[in-house]
Design a protein. Structure first.
Length: 273
């Protein structure tokens, strides 16, 4: 009888070990011996934007994130210019990120690079929706990602740009409804700029030097403009005449910013109409 009891105990122990091994395998251990991350991370994600301190920063086209199989899991990606790697662990809907390394290139959009690197570390709660993934830090700042193909940046030249908002520092105000769609301009490949300031038409010479765009003296028609159209026209006339402007294009949106942090945002006509 003692031998029978010992056999039954051994069988029970073996069954428990087998069950535990099966549960472990179902939790992410594949037959090949690798460990797979939770389902949302089994693909490449393009970074759309960051939300930091209530501000939205649009991601440069190269910004992306992938989590690779392994033990521990490895996150690799691009901050927008510099590549990075990190060690990642999961606990339910929370991923914990431990940065490991990054390249060290001087990049044109260091604000986004720095914000992304600061945000993508420590515990992040993840939430998946169709074609979208959101990573949220404890303070509420977040990273928005998508599986959709990125829209190529529109070219600065040979594109008709429609002014849709006016910028002052960190704030942007939509163009008044009475003037919406009226202010638009095009810069030809030879530097000839032309368009409408919201009421009067203009022509000028434009010079591009890296991230700087400078308009020469404006030649305009002489219609007396009133109301919202006149206000937009005076703002744009002052902006174009303020010296070198910093320009940046992300997708179909062009931003021009003057030395006093005032500027405009314009949308490529093909996307706006």
């Amino acid at each position: 009888m003692r031998t029978r009891r010992h056999c039954l105990a051994a069988l029970a122990l073996a069954a428990a070990v087998t069950a535990a091994t099966t549960v472990t395998a179902c939790a992410g251990h594949s037959p090949s011996g690798t460990f797979a991350p939770p389902a949302p991370f089994g693909q490449n994600w393009a970074v759309q934007s960051l939300t930091v301190d209530g501000r939205t920063l649009t991601a440069p086209a190269p910004a992306q994130l992938t989590v690779r199989d392994g033990r521990p899991f490895q996150a690799v990606g691009n901050y927008g210019c510099n590549g990075f790697s990190a060690e990642v662990s999961f606990d339910g809907p929370v991923m914990t990120v431990k940065p490991r390394g990054t390249t060290d290139t001087a990049c044109p959009d260091m604000e986004f690079e720095t914000a992304f690197a600061k945000l993508f570390r420590g515990p992040l709660t993840f939430r998946q929706e169709p074609e979208h993934l959101t990573l949220t830090a404890a303070g509420g700042d977040s990273i928005s990602l998508t599986t959709k193909p990125r829209t190529p940046d529109a070219p600065l030249t040979a594109t008709q740009w429609i002014v849709n908002s006016l910028i002052s520092g960190d704030t942007a105000a939509s163009v008044p409804a009475d003037a919406a769609g009226r202010a638009r301009f095009t810069i030809a490949a030879d530097g000839a700029a032309s368009g409408s300031l919201g009421c009067n038409r203009f022509t000028a010479r434009a010079t591009v030097d890296g991230a700087r765009l400078t308009f020469g003296p404006l030649a305009t028609t002489r219609v007396a403009c009133q109301g919202a159209q006149g206000e937009v026209e005076r703002t744009l006339t002052g902006l174009f005449g303020s010296g070198p402007l910093t320009w940046k294009i992300q997708g179909d949106t062009l931003t021009l910013t003057g030395p006093d942090a005032k500027g405009l945002a314009a949308e490529a006509a093909s996307a706006a109409e």
